[in-house]
Write a new protein. Structure first.
Length: 217
């Protein structure tokens, strides 16, 4: 099997993302650069806990022609390829429906990033407009949003995409984005609770506590 080590690495990343709660069911996918012209990508609609290295697809980056793996590649291959083609220094791209950052993508606006997160994520979280999953329309909208200094993107009413120079950096961006999203949503909920009528205020604080992993008092 060609590229066995990198294909196994994709399997390991998917299991880690599932354990961390960022991949659920068959949702979420990864592209990893394996050499100058090829990428490894998760197969479409597979249970990540039963996936084997041989299930991971190897594609030519230039035209996404499949060169290894019998399974169909992820429907979001074009989405990831747009990032890896536009940014040759990026080695890994991760798309998830992770719960808190995906909630941020429902707000319908790009989000400024506080300065302490700029190095990891970039100065803002762009909001890529909605288009159906796996569509060329979504891939082309995303391609237009890619910037050299931005490693985390919100996808309206859908999820997020993070990238990095290698898989460890992309994983860190996924983690950092979820932490930042939790903080930003908590601030918004807290601000809304102040001055709200008692019933709404209690409901908002319950939501605030749940978001921060605290059980209701
Ligand atoms: Zn998705």
């Amino acid at each position: 099997m060609k590229h066995a080590q990198q294909r196994q690495h994709v399997v390991d990343l998917c299991i880690e993302l599932s354990h961390r709660g960022y991949f659920a069911g068959t949702g979420g996918n990864i592209m990893l650069r394996v050499d100058a012209g090829h990428v490894a990508v998760t197969p479409s609609a597979i249970d990540y806990f039963s996936m084997a290295a041989a299930d991971v697809c190897i594609l030519r980056l230039s035209d996404l022609r499949q060169v290894e793996g019998d399974r169909a590649p992820s429907v979001e291959s074009s989405l990831h390829a747009g990032v890896l083609r536009a940014r040759p220094e990026v080695g890994c791209s991760i798309h998830t429906h992770q719960p808190v950052a995906s909630a941020l993508a429902l707000l319908g606006a790009e989000i400024p990033v506080p300065p302490e997160w700029h190095a990891a994520l970039g100065p803002r979280l762009p909001l890529v407009g909605y288009a159906p999953s796996g569509s060329g329309w979504l891939a082309s909208k995303f391609r237009r949003a890619v910037r050299p200094d931005i490693n985390a993107y919100l996808m309206r009413n859908h999820g997020i995409l993070c990238c990095g120079h290698d898989s460890a950096a992309a994983m860190r961006a996924v983690d950092d984005l979820e932490t930042l999203a939790r903080r930003l949503l908590s601030q918004r909920i807290g601000a809304r609770a102040v001055g709200s009528a008692a019933g709404l205020r209690q409901a908002l604080w319950r939501m605030h506590d749940a978001l921060n992993g605290r059980s209701p008092s």
